[in-house]
Ligand binder design. Structure first.
Ligand SMILES: Nc1ncnc2c1ncn2[C@@H]1O[C@H](COP(=O)(O)OP(=O)(O)OP(=O)(O)O)[C@@H](O)[C@H]1O
Ligand SMILES: [Mg+2]
Length: 506
């Protein structure tokens, strides 16, 4: 379908006159084909054009408003819309970055499925949605190379209600079907397993979904208990605020008493040649008891929360094993305070990170699946303020996790709170609608592709509409993410078809 014709401009700003009967939208993809070369371009701004001087236009408008029924001669020829386009790529044989201007005065047409055949399905696909042109979804599925994308971190920034959780649910469903990665989900809203309503529990491979919750586990789920002996001082980093002496106190006790260190602090055991201020010890004690939800009386623990002095010896090891087997592990942290959630997350993340470092030393990392850690409201652990108090495990993973096949999926409404160097390390960004200019800017500045002209485009994204900018795509790809319930329906249908095909083969 003809969309318009190039009339002027420069490389980053090609001006097209829009055909009146074929209006274009912000974000729409269009194609110029000439002499066997093909250019894909994207609309990033729209404006009015007219052959009539502004004064005359005002005059004509006045006549039509005040006198009524006034018609201009050849109105469609004289008044029109102009679209500003930026070249996205050229496809002549192989797809390439665009370095040339398309020929002048050429016709521009709508994009079709055939224009995109250069985008092939990768070996370990991570499904995101359908390619989108403006607000129309094209019948073309978009996949990213799953292993690389996940181990190089994903950022999902969006304002509230724009579909972050919906996108995550779809991604988790797809990952559970394949064998791309093990996924750890820290779920502060308890929304992904689907305790009530649709969720991962309804997945046909529900044996690949593990659900840990501190309260009333539904059938098939497990109770989350962690043994006190498994705790290490570094897990408290970022979870609670500690002064320098208090932090040293934890480390000194850990060094001296090893796994018994928490009991030792609570019993105020003395350490030779080391003197802590009495206040320090008592504050540390109080903080530990509060965070771990314990009472300690005459040498006896009373455990009210998830930390226990008897149970939970193997929980963390088990979770790590499940991740190594490529399963999806969901931890319901909706009952926890923010600091407790961070602590539980740190424990598991540190354990799996250490294990993978160990595998790398043994040369066994190749055989292991990628592990991806999903963080909702990521600035709680990756925020500038948190990191000023000291580095934590999540920031270590953001910086060097990819070397050990461990990646983050950071979901946030406030990307500007995450330091620039971490944002830049997130090599894939799935940008949903963002109303706040400052937040958009933070993402645009740290994008793998040049999005400097897409500010308006991002602001105008509707629920479920996204722009995917990644070192693993050739350009910033507009995507329509499916609604989870509909995605599940169609995924199940597909699976049924595949199963019945297999059945016929036997
Ligand atoms: N891809 C989509 N297509 C259609 N509707 C969608 C899509 N994604 C989300 N929605 C609608 O938007 C609502 C909010 O989505 P969701 O809960 O995923 O947003 P969110 O970004 O996670 O919000 P919050 O910041 O509150 O966590 C959903 O209940 C759904 O009705
Ligand atoms: Mg959400």
């Amino acid at each position: 379908m003809l969309k318009g014709q190039v009339v002027s401009g420069d490389f980053g700003k090609i001006v097209m006159r829009v055909k009146a009967a074929a209006p274009v939208e912000l974000g729409e993809l269009v194609v110029i084909e000439e002499n066997g070369e093909k250019f894909i371009l994207q609309v990033y701004d729209l404006l009015y054009g007219s052959q009539i001087s502004p004064q005359n236009l005002e005059m004509v408008a006045g006549m039509s408003l005040e006198e009524g029924g006034f018609q201009m001669l050849d109105e469609q020829l004289r008044n029109y819309q102009l679209a500003l386009l930026k070249p996205v790529l050229t496809t002549s044989g192989q797809s390439k970055m665009c370095k040339k201007l398309p020929p002048f005065f050429t016709k521009v047409r709508a994009i079709t499925k055939e224009d995109l055949l250069f985008m092939t399905k990768p070996l370990h696909p991570l499904y995101l949605g359908m390619l989108r042109s403006g607000s129309t979804a094209l019948d073309f599925d978009l996949f990213l190379p799953g292993k690389e994308t996940l181990s190089h971190h994903i950022l999902i920034p969006a304002s509230t209600g724009k579909g972050k959780s919906n996108l995550m649910s779809c991604m988790l469903w797809g990952l559970t079907s394949g064998d791309v990665a093990g996924v750890l989900v820290l779920d502060p809203h308890d929304e992904y397993y689907g305790r009530v309503g649709l969720g991962l529990k309804d997945h046909p491979h529900h044996d690949k979904v593990c659900y840990y919750t501190p309260a009333r586990p539904p059938p098939g789920a497990r109770t989350l208990k962690v043994n006190l002996l498994k705790l290490k001082p570094e897990y408290f980093q970022g979870a609670i605020a500690l002064s320098d002496p208090q932090r040293q106190c934890l480390f000194v006790y850990y060094k001296k008493f090893k796994t018994e260190w928490i009991r030792a602090i609570l019993e105020e055991r003395r350490i030779e040649n080391v003197q802590f201020h009495e206040d320090t010890i008592s504050v540390v004690k109080r903080k530990l008891l509060a965070l771990l939800d314990l009472d300690f009386e005459s040498g006896q623990f009373h455990c009210n929360g998830i930390f226990d002095d008897v149970a939970g010896m193997n929980t963390i090891t088990e979770i790590c094993l499940e991740l190594e087997r490529g399963k999806t592990v969901i931890i319901d942290t909706s009952y926890f305070s923010g600091s407790l959630e961070i602590m539980v997350g740190s424990i598991i993340a540190s354990e799996i990170f250490d294990k993978y470092k160990y595998y790398k030393r043994l040369g066994q990392l190749e055989e292991k699946p990628v592990v991806s850690i999903v963080l909702e409201e990521a600035p709680r652990v990756l925020g500038k303020k948190v990191l000023e108090q000291g580095s934590n495990i999540f920031d270590s993973i953001a910086r060097e996790g990819r070397k050990f096949k461990i990646g983050l999926v950071a979901i946030t409404q406030l990307p500007s709170e995450i330091p620039k160097n971490i944002l830049a390390n997130m090599n894939t960004k799935i940008i949903l609608g963002m109303e706040m200019g400052s937040e958009r800017l933070a993402v645009i500045e740290s994008s793998p592709q040049d999005l400097s002209q897409d500010n308006r485009n991002i602001a105008s994204l509707d629920k479920g509409e996204a722009i995917v900018t990644s070192t693993f795509t050739r350009f910033a790809v507009p995507v329509k993410i499916p609604l989870f319930s509909e995605y599940v329906k169609s995924a199940k249908k597909k699976e049924d078809v595949e199963v019945s095909f297999m059945g016929m083969g036997e």
